[in-house]
Structure formats: C-alpha cells, structure tokens
Design a protein around this ligand. Structure first.
Ligand code: ADQ
Length: 470
C-alpha cells in the first residue's frame, strides 16, 4: 500500500524490540554500514525473520536521527526515532532506573518519576503505531522485553486483528514488590493486551497471574487469565544460547590456541572466570569478596589462582551504574593491593567488550566459571560456558537466583549473599576431580544442547499460533 508517498511493506511476522538487531559501524574512510548485533536473541530470530519475510521494528541507536526503513542481512528493518530526551527519560530513566531495579528484587532503589513515566508511554505508543502500520492482516507480532510493556494493549487498540506475543527477558517480581509501582495497573493492562505473555520461569508467570487477580480482579484458571472477553496465556519459555554457533567457534583451531595462550599468559594458574555486563544485579562484589578472603585465609596463594573478571561497560549514564563501577574498581584495587605480589595480581579486571571468539577462548581456558547474580532472568553466560566445554572439563558455580539454576541442576549452586557458603563452594568447585567435572558437565550439556535458542523461539511461536477460543 502507499501511504504519504512512501511504500509500506506489510509483513506477516513482526518483531518489536527496543533496539534493532544491527549496529552501525563506521569504517576508517568514514563510510557507515550495518553489522548484525551479537547475541542469542538476534541469531534465534533472524532465521525466522528470513523464512517468514519478517520486519523488525526498533531504535537504531542514534538519538534524534530519523531513518527510513531498510533491508539488511535478509531482514526488513524499520527504525523508530528516539529523541535525546526520550533516551534519557524512557530508556535510561523508566526502563533502567525504575523497572530494572524493581523487577530485580529492588537491589538498587527504583526511581519513581512522572516525567520518566510520561516518556515511557510516549515511546511505547510510537512503537505500537509503527507495528500497526507494518503488520499485515492477522499478522503475528512478537514484542520483546520490559522497555515495551505497554505496546501489547496499544497495538491491540489500533489493530485488533493481529496476534500479539510478548516475552519478558528479566524476572517478573512478586506482588509485594510490584505493588510499589505508581503505574502498576497501567503496566499490567498493557501486558494483558497480548494473547501470550512469555516469561523465563513458571514462577514469574504465576506472579503475573496472581497480580492480575489481586490488582485487576481478573478471573483466571491455572495460567490463563480471562480479560476483556479474551484469554491471555501466561507461560514460561526459558531462553537459551545458540549452541550451534558456539560449538563451531570452539572447534576453530585459533580459538583453542588462544585458550592455551591465555593459560600460559596467566602463568598456568587456576583460572576463575566471571563475564558480565557491569550491573549491580550480577553479584560481582560478592564473588570478589569471597575470592579475596580465600587468600586472606591462606586457602589460595598468589600465582596459584587468579580471577579474571570481564565487565562489559553498561548503562554508563545511569547513576547506580556509575556508583557500582567505582565500588568494584575500588574493591579490585584493594584486593590486589592486599593479596597480590609482584607479577602476581590475584584479580585481572577488564572493563571492556570482547568478540565471540575471544569469549569462547576464555570459557575454554577457565577452570571455574563463577556466575553469582543476586537476581537474573536467565543468565546466558552460564549456558554459553556449558555449551563451549565439549572437553567435559571445568566447573560452574551458579547462583540459585539465576533463572538458569532451574535447568543447570548439576552446577555448584550457591546463595551469593552467603559469603562463607560462596567461599566453600568456590573451593569445592576448584577441587572437583576430573571424573566429577565430566559427570556434571555431561548432564548440563545435555540440557543446553536439547534446549537451545532455536527451540525457545520455536516453542514460543508454536504456542502463540495455536488457536485458543474463549
Ligand atoms: P543480560 O543481563 O545482559 O541479559 P546474560 O543473559 O548473561 O545477561 O547475557 C549477556 C550476554 O552478553 C551473553 O551472551 C554474553 O556472552 C555477552 N557478554 C557479556 N559480557 C561480554 C563482553 N565483555 N564482551 C562480549 N560479550 C559479552 C538479559 C537478562 C538475562 C537473560 C538475557 C536473555 O538480564 O537474565 O538471560 O537477557 O533473555
């Protein structure tokens, strides 16, 4: 169809996410091009996008810039504008200073600010309008994550004919916490615009259903909510990793050589590894505290064991993230200053992002992978580590508060708030015999290989496409 002179491509399959699945790269000669963003979500959805001639709606990453739709990597992409002020209020503000901490057990205090809320509504409306414009009759529209919780309802008002799925990548909080939110009813009604609301864990789906009953007085049966003469299904779909991609990576000779090189560079010490966005939900301070105390107690000696902590820069304009960075960097300095020796720091802290091959080499080099979030929707790092260890070696220390703990039962599970328990578990994992390592790794690998990210996308879409009449 022709609208306002520009051709609108209508799609049977539409993905709506805060970000487009591509990043702009500028070459040395100044020419700009697009490159597919790394990460499981994009690689899971890209094949579906291609086979269904799908459209992806999202922000392209540059404030204030208006871009026309374009095709890249076999996908039709529709950029949605965000002003600099909206990035500050909607993205850094309501999404990452309000919803993110509220949904992660209020580890940091959520900010409740009306101007942020207004921007959240405005930007969600813009995404809903973009989706309404490109969706074909009866299309499938799949909305991603906490930045866009109002879109399901807004889109349904514009386009009652389309089938709407929503997936929340982060935890959904218990009623007692969600209740704090001044706009709690609006968020819940926003989500109820979907036909299917997907969560990482069954417990999150239950929290949602319980809230619908208590806050909106909605009728429900198990995990089906009756709302507006419709059935809204709440279900769990634990997300996973691109096992195929990771296996190909670790099969590359240069990745295996790089892993050897890392081990040599670290003086053949036992390697503990942490890989996280620098985020207060990840429990980085707790794991470093526990590790440092193992030196204090004489259980570890400098040169014998090292901790490699990769911390990806994240949300650097949000105050809590600036505070966290200062705190972690001070802690690293203190522990190295106290326990390190010349030529033998006990922590290697790297505040940077790596490509997939370097990450895979680090996973291969690590003896003990340490994943200790205080709360995490899933945690893909834990699953990536398992997917990479086709040598059946290495141990995984995993927080009970990561969604992944429900599947990776053979990890050494810990409560990261319990520093003594964490210390004990680090030592147990370190001292596990090769046979025991292999036994645990085999069981965890079975789970991850059978439940990879393709299956996640497939299961969600199969459920969404199932007929469900009232
Ligand atoms: P995140 O909070 O970002 O994801 P996680 O699931 O661990 O957490 O995913 C992080 C991804 O970034 C991994 O694929 C990892 O390899 C990559 N990464 C981390 N540090 C990196 C670095 N220095 N360089 C390059 N890559 C790096 C949110 C939720 C999670 C949920 C996912 C998916 O918070 O709970 O598992 O979405 O739904």
């Amino acid at each position: 169809s022709w609208e306002g002179g520009t051709r609108v491509t209508r799609s049977e399959f539409v993905v709506v996410a805060n970000r487009l699945p591509v990043d702009r790269v500028v070459a040395e000669d100044g020419t700009a091009s697009w490159r597919r963003s790394p990460g499981g979500l994009v690689s899971a959805i890209a094949p579906v996008m291609r086979s269904r001639k799908g459209t992806w709606i999202g922000w392209h990453g540059a404030p204030d810039e208006v871009l026309e739709p374009f095709d890249e990597d076999g996908m039709h992409l529709v950029p949605v504008k965000q002003t600099a002020e909206e990035v500050e209020l909607y993205y850094e503000g309501f999404s990452n200073a309000t919803l993110w901490p509220l949904y992660h057990d209020v580890i940091a205090p959520p900010v409740y600010d009306r101007a942020m809320w207004d921007a959240y509504v405005r930007v969600n409306q813009r995404f809903a309008e973009a989706a309404a414009e490109v969706a074909a009759d009866g299309a499938i529209v799949w909305i991603q994550d906490y930045q866009l919780q109002l879109v399901p309802k807004m889109l349904r008002e514009l386009r009652p004919d389309v089938r709407i799925g929503f997936f929340l990548h982060i935890p959904f909080p218990p009623l007692e916490l969600f209740w704090q939110l001044p706009w709690r009813r609006r968020i819940l009604e926003g989500l109820l615009g979907a036909d299917l609301v997907g969560f990482q864990l069954p417990g999150a789906a239950s929290n949602f259903v319980r809230l619908c009953r208590r806050l909106l007085d909605a009728r429900y049966l198990k995990q089906d909510v009756f709302w507006d003469d419709r059935i809204v299904r709440a279900r769990a779909f634990p997300i996973s990793v691109d096992v195929h991609e990771l296996r190909k990576l670790v099969a590359r000779p240069e990745v295996r050589e790089r892993a050897e090189e890392i081990r040599t560079d670290l003086g053949d010490a036992t390697i503990f590894l942490g890989v996280d966005r620098l985020d207060y939900t990840k429990g980085i301070a707790q794991r470093l505290q526990a590790f440092g105390e193992l030196f204090e107690d004489g259980n570890l000696k400098p040169g014998q064991a090292v901790f490699v902590q990769i911390a990806t820069p994240s949300r650097e304009r949000v105050e809590q993230y600036q505070l966290l960075r200062e705190q972690i960097e001070q802690q690293v300095g203190r522990i190295n200053g106290t326990h390190g020796e010349l030529g033998f720091p006990v922590i290697h802290y790297l505040h940077t992002s790596y490509d997939r091959a370097e990450l895979a080499a680090l996973y291969l080099a690590a003896d003990v992978m340490v994943v200790t979030p205080l709360r995490d929707g899933m945690n893909l790092v834990a699953k990536e580590y398992v997917a990479c260890r086709d040598d059946m070696r290495g141990t995984l220390v995993l927080s009970e508060f990561a969604g992944a703990a429900a599947e990776l039962k053979r990890a050494y599970q810990v409560n990261p708030y319990d520093i003594d328990g964490l210390k004990e578990t680090l030592l147990t994992a370190l001292n596990a015999e090769p046979m025991e390592q292999a036994r645990r790794m085999r069981s965890m690998r079975k789970r991850v290989i059978e439940h990879d990210v393709d299956r996640w996308a497939h299961d969600f879409l199969a459920e969404l496409e199932q007929p469900h009449n009232l």
